[in-house]
Design a protein around this ligand. Sequence first.
Ligand SMILES: [Zn+2]
Ligand SMILES: [Zn+2]
Length: 258
Amino acid sequence: MSTLLASGKGQELFQALIDIIYPAMCPACQKRSPVWEMSPLCPTCWSLIELLPDYLCQCCGLPIVGLKNFSDPETEDFALCQSCLLERPSFVTARSATLYNRESPVRAIILALKHAKNLSCIRPLLTLMINSIPQHLPRIDNEIVMPVPLHWSRFMERGFNQSALLARLVARQFGLGYIENVLLRSKRTAPQAGDREQRQHNINNAFSVRKPDRIRKQNILLIDDVMTTGATLNECARKLLEAGSGQVRAFTVARVAI
Ligand SMILES: [Zn+2]
Ligand SMILES: [Zn+2]
């Protein structure tokens, strides 16, 4: 065997076997990733990831086109998007690492993780989060990390909650506490579709809190994979506040700029 591996043909054969067992394919473009050991996402796809611009709604993090004088925290003169002006969400701040659209490699890796159960996709998603969180969210005391939960039946189907995998690793990276199974998704909802109002209506009362003592007066950082209108995060935050938590902030890998 060692003689075979030492020869060029042997090495090729060995590599072919490794490729069958661990296909080193970029989940976004399906080409071989030359840096797979570090990240399954290939350098070309990394370069296509769109980070969020600077001009964001100071509450929900929505990019606001044409916004110039966007924040003056000293005077609390925050720029808000139309939706947050009409009704402030229950979370104080929501931010994301990247933009999410049909062409985004981030969309491809999130789908590969959720539907193809390609757990190697956790690594690039985590990298995006830990690079962006310090920039977007100043540290606050007494904050614990919590994932947006899946309904138990969806958890049984998928076998894991991608938001919980990410949240646990984010907590470890930043030395924060981590808690799960306190906020529960008690109602199974169809994948979110429709406009803001429709989404909020669908998600209303989909969550509940058990053992509220564990979160009383604790500030919470909610973690999810994608933020669309913010209806899910808003409802989670509303339930947590109702149960006596401190302020709730949210961070997602990606957000849809609608
Ligand atoms: Zn690629
Ligand atoms: Zn907003």
